[in-house]
Every structure is written in C-alpha cells, then in structure tokens.
Design a protein around this ligand. Structure first.
Ligand code: CA
Length: 442
C-alpha cells in the first residue's frame, strides 16, 4: 500500500515551535524524520529522536511524560529503545499512529494537546547540540543498479557496443554489500588501499586508490519481516519500507576495475558506505509520489511479480538529489561548496517497490534495519550524472572547480555532501549525508 496523503501533509500546517532560520537542517512539522542521538555533554545511552524545526524531540522522554499514552504498547516500548530496529519491526499502522500523535503534539491549532506543550518542550534538544548516531543496526546491506542512465553510461565505458546487458530491462540488478562498514554522516572516510592494475601493466600493485569516487544514492530502510522462504508481493512491497536515507556508496574505481570480474564489486566498495542520520519516512514522502519512469519505446512487458498498476502509476518519488564538493583549498579560502551533480529519484528505471519485491522473490528474508541502496541515481544530462566516473567520463574530462582546481576523482581533504529535497505538498528535505576523504593510512 502506498501511504495516503492526509492532514499531516497539509502545506498550511505550522508547528507552534519556531521553525528556525537555518538554511539546511530545518524540518517542518509535515516531515518528522527519525534518528538516534545522544544529548550534548551526556554519556547516557543513545535514544530515538524526531527532528522538528531545528530541534530534536526525545521520544523516550515523551513516553515517560505520558504525552504518548494511548498508543499501542509495542510502540511505547520501541520508542524507548536505543535504536530504530524495534520500531522498524512494527507495521505501517504503528508508524502512522506514531506520526499522527507527534503531529498532533507539535502542530499549532490542536488545542486538545495544548496542555502537553510543557512536556514536549522539556523533551527538546537543539539539533546542532546533539551527537547523531547510525539510526539502526544494519543487518544486511544490498546495493542495486536501478538507474538506467547510470547503467548505460558505465556500460558504454566498458562495452561501447553493448552498454546495457540483456537482463537489465527484466530485473533489478544488485549485489550484496557490506553492512559493518555503513557509517553515519560526518564520519571521515579513509582512502582505501587495494590491488590495481595500471593501464598497459601486466602486474598488479597494492597501493592507495587513485580513483576514489562518490556515488549519489538513496537507501531504503526496511521495516517488518518476511519469513525465510516467503516472498513479498509487489502490491505490499512499500509496506516494507519504513523510510529513506541518503547514501554515499564510496567507490575505488581502480580497485573495482581490476577485481570486479567475474563476481562483481567487493573491496572497491566495502571500505565505507555513508548514510544520513535522519530517516525520512515513506509516509512523509506521500506527496512526492509520481508515475514510474517510462520503460522505453519497446513496451517491454514485465514478469508479473514486478508488475503492479498502482506502482507504475504512483510508485516513483519526485525528490531532487544534490552532491556538493568542498576541497581543502575551497575551505581555506572560505569558498562555498560547489554542486557537482544534481539528479532526481524519479528517474530510476526500477521503483522502490520493485527493488523490495525482487529482493524477496526467491524467498530471501528481509529484516528490520536492512538497507537497500538504489544504486547511483543519474539522469539523462551530464550535470545529472551521480558520480565522478560519469561526470568526468572515467577521468578523461576533468571537472573544473570554482577554486580553479579540477577533479578527475576525489582528492584527500575533499568533503562530499549529499542532500535531497522535494517541493510537492509542504516540501521538505532529507538530512544531509557528508564525509571527508582522509589520506590513506601510511
Ligand atoms: Ca553503488
């Protein structure tokens, strides 16, 4: 089921809390993303928070203050957990009930909840003052390849005569990634060492990657569970998506080029994957739903387990995605970060529901906290290519930076920041996903 649009999406709704003037991390009352934080100067167990304006609402504190009384008991227990997994294990009905209560507590005009405002105020912390953690324990991380523009560009570099392999339009291509190295935004990323083969060389070397790249992706945060051996019908697949994060699938292209055949990516990807700290719920994204991208002029029929009329009509999401790069020199000279890619989630060839349905189609059990990356989200234009491999066409067309520098691939000291925003309904944004490249370990 696709979440419905209701009064919690009303663009006219305002919180009684000040919205905050910050340009980047102000969250309106229609958004309410979930994260996990530790208050400033506090070494207590992390707790779940919801972002509102420029503040974080402590859900455990709300529970103990009684302002969430009346919600189903499993919700109250999950809200006091130090990570999101227990909440993710519940159902869309639970998630929606919690969203509606939080909205009622925070929106201006719900006079029935006015008496709760003192308790709500006491449970707030400025976002800028808290330490944000990974929102959940990621049990399994899978990365797809759902952008046909990305697949075509990369395929053109590798196989000019046949950029898209015959399977591409029939199934979402993916591989199993590494969950242990998924890190939260703000965590520095050390340049990996790996085995590479220089062009024209006949012996590989082991050295720091010279072709470090970002990949602009969105991660689906899985909720609920299907038993081993059970599939997930596509019509129910979005019930299994609690929300979305931004995801940077850092990639060492030189390592990848040498190691990827015949089994696919391995050490070129597993050294780090960054995600944003805030999980934007699928329900908050309901106004962004749009028709799935056109499937090409050949009218290719999908196999029934991937075909759903509702999904084709409204299963894609109109969310603009940006990548900025800030070099050390740019920061030294107080220059603003430079946008290097801008694409849109709606351009994916495969919808989120198709990714989930395909993943479970063999009976693979998806568990709460599993992370499904979309793959690099590229669009049809050069500016919308979501990684440097495409932006610089394998390094052959260096990208000029505003500082006078240029980039073929990432340099040490570069800070890469992914952001996302939508304008439908009340509009909103994801939490940013940033990371600085550190020099390889000597
Ligand atoms: Ca990827």
């Amino acid at each position: 089921m696709l979440p419905a649009i209701d009064h919690t999406h009303d663009p006219a709704a305002r919180s009684w809390l000040p919205a905050g003037a910050g340009p980047t991390e102000a969250f309106p009352v229609q958004n309410l993303p979930f994260g996990v934080f530790t208050p400033a100067g506090d070494d207590v167990t992390p707790r779940i928070g919801v972002a509102i304006g420029q503040q974080v609402l402590d859900l455990a504190r709300c529970t103990s203050a009684g302002v969430c009384d009346g919600l189903p008991r499993p919700l109250a227990e999950a809200m006091c957990s130090p990570q999101l997994n227990a909440l993710l294990a519940l159902t869309p009905a639970h998630w929606s009930a919690l969203r509606h209560r939080l909205f009622a507590l925070l929106v201006d005009g719900e006079d029935g909840w006015r008496a709760a405002r003192e308790s709500v105020r006491a449970a707030l912390h400025p976002i800028a003052s808290v330490h944000l953690h990974l929102p959940c324990t990621v049990g399994d991380y899978t990365d797809f390849y759902a952008s046909i523009h990305h697949a075509t560009n990369v395929g053109t570099m590798l196989r000019p005569d046949q950029p898209l392999l015959p399977n591409y339009r029939h199934l979402p291509i993916g591989y199993h990634g590494r969950a242990s190295s998924v890190v939260v935004s703000g965590t520095p990323v050390r340049r990996p060492c790996g085995q590479t083969l220089a062009a024209g060389g006949d012996r590989p070397v082991f050295e720091p990657s010279r072709r470090l790249d970002y990949e602009l992706e969105v991660g689906l945060v899985i909720g609920g569970a299907n038993r081993l051996g059970e599939s997930v019908p596509i019509a129910a697949a979005l019930d299994r998506v609690f929300g979305m994060v931004l995801l940077n699938d850092w990639s060492a292209r030189d390592v990848q080029a040498w190691e990827y055949q015949p089994l696919g990516p391995f050490l070129a990807k597993s050294f780090a994957t960054s995600i944003s700290p805030w999980v934007t719920t699928l329900e908050s994204l309901a106004p962004c739903r749009v028709a799935a991208a056109a499937r090409g002029p050949d009218g290719l029929a999908l196999l029934p387990y991937l075909e759903d009329a509702d999904d084709q009509a409204a299963g894609a999401f109109d969310v603009t995605l940006d990548v900025t790069l800030s070099s050390r020199a740019m920061r030294d000279h107080r220059q603003s970060p430079m946008r290097v890619s801008q694409s849109n989630l709606r351009d994916l060839y495969w919808t989120p529901a198709q990714l989930v349905a395909h993943h479970a189609s063999n009976g693979c059990n998806l568990r709460p906290g599993d992370l499904l990356g979309t793959g690099t989200v590229s669009g049809p234009t050069p500016e919308s290519r979501g990684c440097l491999l495409e932006r610089t066409w394998r390094g052959s067309e260096p990208l000029p930076l505003t500082s006078g520098e240029q980039r073929r691939f990432l340099e040490d000291g570069d800070v890469v920041t992914l952001s996302a925003q939508w304008t439908s309904g009340a509009g909103g944004r994801f939490g940013a996903c940033a990371g600085e490249v550190l020099a390889a370990r000597g």
